[in-house]
Design a protein around this ligand. Sequence first.
Ligand code: SF4
Length: 310
Amino acid sequence: MKYVYGPVPSRRLGRSLGIDPIPSKTCNYQCIYCQLGKTTNFTNERRDFYLKEEIYKEMEESITQNKEKFDYITFVGSGEPTLCKSIGELILKAKELSKKPICVITNGSLLYNDDVKDEIIVSDVVLPTLDAGDKKLFIKINRPHPSIKYEKMIQGYIDFRKEFNGKFWIEIMLMKGINDSKEELLKIKNKLDLIKPDRIDINVPIRPPTEGWVQIPDKNVIPILNDVFGEYNNINFPERGVFSVFSSNFEMELKTLLERHPMRQQQIFETFSSKKFNEQDLLLQLNILESQNKIKKVIYNNQTFWKLIN
Ligand code: SF4
């Protein structure tokens, strides 16, 4: 399938059936921590990148096939999903096909846009990101399209939250020496107090980031987080569990998974053991794909990851 994947384990959503209406890597941000690599289509123009009928077809097939095997239907792009002009229609179609809650994972940059707001307000959970408490750090971390202005974006969050009846969970990506000081965290907290999300999730770059100098914060940031965010605080750890694979075609299934994000080697072993592969075979196949320049090994945070070569 091209537009629908999973169910996959998700840190915040249990098992999630992903719908990806955006080609890799189309975004209006170029985040320093992005796990999908550099933004190759840097745009803030909303449009349909694919025929929506083709996406409907896959949604229908996958929802029927997986019935009760997922907890959420999640719109999440190989880039920013709200850049898809038909996201509203896709959400309505998902609601027609399934009773499961609908989630939109977004960078939040377009929540101020009335069309985007009206289109995604019918979902059940919206998960935007907020990594910076001021414009200067926003530009440093997210490297947004020049047409995106920080204050307007924050106002978009505030207004959306007021109108939205679902769950509004904000994720903060915390990085060592960048936004993990008490001063920067207090600035973020000030904005959160205006936005009033239902909860915040503090995350760290657990997978290899776009910029090699991005690092996971030291553990001594935890008391600062507790101090600044108090009961808001919800620190996330790497997701557990295996991904779903549908066939014994290792190369095809692995590439489908790696298109979404790099994977820990151990997680690849665990995922493919369901198809009766043993670790030695898998390692051999990984090494063959590496020698064919299809995937590459990355050591990050003392763990081995595999990612696609774009
Ligand atoms: S992390 Fe998300 S918002 Fe940032 S560049 Fe990657 S896809 Fe875009």
